[in-house]
Ligand binder design. Structure first.
Ligand code: SF4
Length: 411
């Protein structure tokens, strides 16, 4: 897969498009006027791995909170760009709150929500003028749920006069692309720099999202922000997002992504960041953290010991990761395997950097451990003692492979 070449856009400290790695974004769900809660959530999202964080800017109070939120991020050592999400009144909020306009690194403009009739162009022009004068990046973010009504009506009308009219869904998809491209032309005509514009055309159905982005990628060189909008809760949201974005990313389409999950009540907002990172790592587009491969278990699995050991290993890796990241360069490439029986256990363990194969039904109660494809030890005992010994071997392996004396550490 070759990534489609796009223009490189600088938004604060982050580069989107061109040869830059695909950027992970997240968005807060706090009331932006609540400075404490919003700054705390921005920090959590950034610490979880969000490389850009977006906040809603919908009221004068929210706009006036933005500079302090930005300050708190910087005080916490977070350099991730802060993006303002505007609908309906963005022109007014940015005009009336110059400190907010200055503090934000990028503005999200929805061309379907900037106004109606002639107001639409005036409001859009006002936002673009502010972005241009302050040298800010913008995302022209079209959304299926808030399409430019006048453009859609016109395109639906034209469609009815065709000999073989398209389905309403495909007219809507074409309309999204058209809206993004028209708004880009307008922004450029208003003096915005080409390397300050990112585009998105989000839809909530994977099939539509794929069609829209394939079309969009053919017609523009602007970097593309990818995301299945309103993806939904839990497993559904993750799978639908991965199904849609996986296809596009594999075709080289997409320069930045967000997984728009609905958090479970009381759930963590950071799940959308973890999902986005897993998606990019699954496609070998980015590498963020060591991977733990584990088999699903089956009728050959003697007990839940291997599930327990896989979970223990994952927990251990997560707990050690902050320090490893600081002191063990390259640690994110580490591949670990925890397997349930002899059928695939030794094979997967040999393929990993470090792997353990637990005994299945009717097998000798022995657990061979493989390092770099070679059998290095055989563990036995209770699951607790096996976990302790395995994690000790893991720690020693990490030290040898990624520590200061290693080839990677010496670099
Ligand atoms: S490795 Fe063994 S226990 Fe795990 S799924 Fe395969 S056959 Fe079943």
């Amino acid at each position: 897969m070759t990534r489609k070449k796009t223009i490189s856009v600088q938004a604060g400290s982050v580069c989107i498009g061109g040869d830059a790695p695909i950027v992970v974004q997240a968005m807060t769900n706090t009331d932006t006027s609540d400075i404490k809660a919003t700054a705390a959530q921005c920090i959590s999202l950034a610490e979880a791995g969000a490389e850009m964080v977006r906040v809603t800017v919908n009221t004068p109070r929210a706009a006036s909170a933005v500079p302090e939120i930005k300050l708190r991020l910087r005080d916490a050592g977070i350099s991730a760009p802060l993006i303002g999400d505007f609908h309906y009144n963005g022109h007014k909020l940015l005009r009336d709150n110059p400190q907010c306009a200055q503090a934000l690194d990028k503005y999200r403009i929805n061309p379907g929500n900037v106004g109606k009739g002639t107001e639409r162009d005036t409001h859009f022009a006002e936002i673009c003028a502010i972005a241009r004068d302050l040298d800010k990046a913008v995302r022209i973010g079209v959304n299926a749920g808030s399409l430019d009504a006048e453009l859609l009506e016109r395109m639906l009308g034209e469609n009815t006069t065709r000999e073989t009219p398209d389905s309403p869904a495909s007219v809507m998809n074409r309309c999204m692309v058209q809206s993004a491209l028209q708004a880009t032309e307008q922004a450029l005509a208003l003096g915005m720099r080409e390397d300050r514009i990112v585009l998105s055309c989000k839809s909530s159905l994977p099939k539509d999202l794929i069609a829209v982005y394939r079309d969009l990628a053919e017609k523009t060189r602007q970097p593309l922000h990818l995301g299945l909008t309103e993806a939904g809760l839990g497993m559904k949201g993750i799978i639908w997002s991965a199904a849609a974005m996986g296809v596009l990313l594999e075709e080289g389409i997409g320069d930045t992504i967000r997984v728009s999950l609905t958090p479970a009540p009381g759930g963590s907002r950071c799940d959308e960041v973890y999902a986005a990172r897993q998606l990019l790592q699954a496609l070998s587009l980015r590498c963020f953290a060591p991977s733990v491969t584990a088999c699903p278990g089956c009728g050959r699995t003697a007990s839940d010991d291997f599930q327990w050991l896989a979970a223990e290993t994952e927990r251990y890796v997560q707990s050690r990761l902050p320090e490893w990241r600081r002191t063990r360069p390259g640690i994110e490439t580490l591949a670990i395997a925890v397997m349930g029986c002899i059928v695939n256990g030794p094979g997967e363990s040999k393929a990993a950097d470090i792997g353990i194969s637990l005994p299945g039904n009717n097998e000798n109660p022995l657990c061979p451990v493989f390092l770099d494809g070679e059998k290095a030890a055989t563990l036995r005992g209770t699951r607790e003692s096996i976990a302790r010994d395995f994690l000790e071997l893991l720690e020693r392996y990490v030290e040898r492979r990624f520590g200061p004396e290693s080839e990677m550490g010496a670099k």
